[in-house]
Design a protein around this ligand. Structure first.
Ligand code: ATP
Ligand code: MG
Length: 335
């Protein structure tokens, strides 16, 4: 069977290393496998926790699209579209909202973690949680099923959301007859990338990310302030590289031989943190420089980006209509 790849990103900031290693590596691989591939710029979902900041979301639709193009996502193989331009997704969200309980949403581990990270918006204990944010997994189930997505490349933090979608699909099929397909998540080799502060997740909203378009001065500053083993006070103190974010990022961007050397020298106390950080800065810039160059190209060719988004969104609109007819027929609301 030909798979339908479906994934999405929230336009809330630029792409960071977490996206790049945690999700985009799979996008780059899957786009070469001849499957149909839909990539959603999830502006409606971004508004669930940025409803008071619409300029931010609008600006980042362009930013995230050009970042994706700059890392090599090929618009001839991947169909970009904007979520808010597909009203069927909002319609489906309403239909599916009958198939999920409020307590199930409150128990969703991803939603729980995110509520606790957004205290300024949702209160100390989540007492000010909005209906929209609590319900975003339902809207994500609509994103996936609206295009009959079968394979979903995501980072590990998304797994409970895919599980919730599978439950909705099963419930839908058991009531209205076999209509929807259960999607399967696909994880990258690096399932989850930690933040500069040692947090389990590097995130756009967590203030702990290295962005792919950061200039070399910013990269330098961020790496210089990354968390290292607190037991290493002097340059020649031995330390544990497993307690160090600098070594952690070396493992992402440096080669095996260099990582082995750094690990051994760190344990023996024969490499200081400053030298280790300098080497990381160099390797990081080697990775980021070609991406920065491509980003600059798109910034100078904005009309190309607009065309990619418009054409992709038009194709997605056609596709959504077909799926919607099928769903309305199953639900007996095809008047
Ligand atoms: P936000 O803070 O706005 O939620 P985010 O950094 O979590 O931003 P998303 O747009 O929500 O980014 O996620 C897009 C994709 O990138 C998802 O598949 C998600 O799992 C993946 N992803 C994001 N951060 C990481 C990370 N640190 N490690 C692995 N995958 C990640
Ligand atoms: Mg997220």
């Amino acid at each position: 069977m030909k798979e339908r790849i479906l994934t999405g990103l929230r336009p809330t900031g630029n792409l960071h290393l977490g996206h790049y290693f945690g999700a985009c590596q799979n996008y780059l691989k899957l786009q070469e496998e001849g499957n149909e591939f839909y990539l959603e710029i999830a502006d409606v979902q971004a508004l669930t926790d940025n409803f008071n900041n619409p300029e931010k979301v609008r600006k980042n639709v362009y930013e995230i699209t050009t970042d994706l193009l700059s890392i090599g996502i090929d618009p001839n193989k991947v169909n970009f579209y904007i979520q808010s331009k597909i009203p069927e997704i909002a319609e489906l969200t309403i239909f599916y909202s009958n198939l999920v309980t409020v307590s199930r949403l409150q128990r969703n581990p991803t939603v729980k973690t995110e509520i606790s990270q957004k205290k300024e918006l949702f209160g100390e204990k989540g007492e000010s949680i909005t209906y929209g944010f609590l319900g975003y997994p339902v809207s994500q189930a609509a994103d996936i099923t609206c295009f009959n997505g079968t394979k979903i490349p995501v980072g590990e933090d998304q797994l409970p959301l895919i599980e919730q979608c599978r439950e909705i699909v099963r419930k839908f099929n058991s009531i209205y007859g076999d209509t929807l397909e259960e999607p399967t998540p696909i994880l990258s080799e690096t399932k989850r990338v930690k933040g500069l502060d040692g947090n389990e997740k590097m995130g756009k909203s967590l203030g702990n990310a290295i962005f792919l378009v950061d200039d070399s001065e910013t990269v330098k500053k961020k790496i210089m302030s990354a968390k290292t083993d607190t037991n290493k006070i002097h340059k020649d103190d031995p330390a544990n590289p497993d307690n160090c974010m600098v070594y952690y990022y070396h493992k992402l961007v440096n080669n095996e031989e260099n990582c082995k050397r750094i690990c051994e020298n760190c344990k023996k106390g024969t490499i200081g943190c400053v030298d280790c950080k300098k080497e990381l800065i160099e390797k990081m810039n080697e990775l980021l420089e070609p991406i920065r160059t491509k980003k600059e190209y798109y910034n100078n060719h904005k009309e190309e980006v607009e065309k990619i988004i418009n054409e992709g969104t038009n194709k997605a609109k056609e596709e959504a209509k077909v799926q919607m007819n099928k769903i309305k027929e199953a639900m007996k609301i095809n008047y």
